[in-house]
Structure formats: structure tokens, C-alpha cells
Design a protein around this ligand. Sequence first.
Ligand code: GDP
Length: 286
Amino acid sequence: MNINWYPGHMKVAFDNFKKNLKLIDIVVELIDARIPFSSKNPKIDEILENKPSVLLFNKIDLADEYTTKKWKEYYESIGKKVLLVNANQNKGLNNLRQILEDELSEKFKRDEQKLIKDKTIKMMMVGIPNVGKSTLINTLSKRTGAKVGNLPGVTRNIQWIKTPGKIELLDTPGVLWPKFENKEIGLNLAFVGSIDDDILDVENLSYELIKKLNKIDPNILKNRYNIEFDLDTDIAYIMDMIGERRGAILKKGIIDYDKVSRMILREFRLGKLGRISLEKVSDFFG
Ligand code: GDP
């Protein structure tokens, strides 16, 4: 579900998040592996204050492996604990407990001094829309399917999900607003589907995606649609060729640009164009 973010919505999201933050030991911040910069909420560090957190790159099956490795190295170099995950296929979660424990080593030391033996970790997911929070919660809950029930003393209907490794997971994720810093970030968010297509011009978006993909590697589109073009070929002409190949043609032989545009976006989002990272570490950090 996507949301149109207005200052009022941001405040509500922020307030809810703050309340839930008090109930947990650690935050798992989800980002989209294809856009590790743009899919990070701009205020996350402020929002977290000093709450421990780990960074989870989701949808790694859709991103370029080498680029993801470089991003992981970058975030680790600035002190983040990073997990690479494919929530759909339950991959990359085996050392979740270990990573959380590493990040929480101070807490466990304090607990030990206080002779607290319970090693349960309470956590919540947070991230901008569409990064896979619900999918991941489902994936983790399927591992046991057990609900812990309401917390005593909490009037709202907060449910905890028991997952293996003594992790209790808040069943509602924190939904945070995306960055609105510039056009390029906005486009990247739209390409991966974190901003609703209904509020965007699909043809324009697809036009921009073609431009972007050709910058990354012109063979992506050439191979997928079996077409030929040069660096200076008009994008509209490339859309024409794709439309012809796929039979997206209206009466009188006119290309159905709406259909072509939606198809390109859908195929990109589903990974049919290959594993593509839209952002590299070097685009943002030295
Ligand atoms: P949320 O808005 O953050 O809760 O995101 P959802 O859990 O609703 O996921 C958004 C879309 O991403 C859904 O279509 C999921 O099936 C898809 N998705 C989630 N995780 C993955 C993943 O690891 N790989 C792929 N390819 N798709 C995923």
C-alpha cells in the first residue's frame, strides 16, 4: 500500500513509530537493495535516537550482486550491521539472531550483571512503503506461526509474533516516508514502486526508466526485447520498437504507449530485465 505523504501523515507516522520504539530492543530498518540510498528514510537516525538498529537490504534477488556487496561494505565501514535478504524466498535470515545479538551486546552485558537470564529480543521492522516489511513479517511468522498475544498493560492491540531464535517481532511495521530531495531520487523511488503510479505519469516514468537503464547498460533492453539501437537513438523510438515487438499496438498501427510503459515498468520491477541496481556507492559517497 502506498501513501501520499503530507506533513500531517508524516507526523502521525512519526508519533506511532515513537510509541512503538519504547516497546522494543532493536529496529530492523529495511531498504530496497536496488536503491540503497533513496529507499532510506531521510530522518531515520534522528527518529531512532540511540536505539540499536540493523540495516536489512531486501529484494537482493532483484539487485546486482557486486553492487550490493559494495553497498554492504560501505554501510559496514560506517559502523552498521548489515543483512542481505530475499524476504520472498526466506533467504539471508539464518544469521538474523547473531546480527541482532552483536548489535545488542551492551544490553546483554547489562542484563547479565543484573542476573537477567531471558535472552528474548524484541524487534520491529521499519521502512518506506514497498520495501517488503509485511512480506518479511509473514516470512518470519511462518517459521513458527505462533503469536505471543497482547502485552499486558498495553491497551492498543499490539501483537507480538514469536520467531525462532527467541525473537519477538511487533506485527505492525513502522511505515516511514521516503526522501523528497530531488527529481532523481523521486524517479528511483517510483521505478521500484515505492511511490504510487497513480500519482505519476506512467509514460514519462517509463521514458525515464529507459534512459536510466541505457546509462547502466544498453544491452539490458536490447537483450530483453530483441531490438537494436545506438546511444543517440530517440527514447520514443525505442518505445516504438518495444511496442512493436510486444504487439502493443492500437488501431491504425499506432503504438499503445500506455501499455508499453506499464509493461516495461512491470517487467523491471519483477526482475525480468535482469538483476539491476539503480544506485552505486560511488554515485553518493566518494
Ligand atoms: P511493505 O509495503 O514494505 O510492507 O512491502 P510488501 O511486503 O507489501 O512488499 C512489496 C512487494 O515487494 C510485494 O509485491 C512483495 O511480494 C515484494 N517483495 C517483498 N520482498 C521481496 C524480495 O525479497 N524479493 C522480491 N523479488 N520481491 C519482494
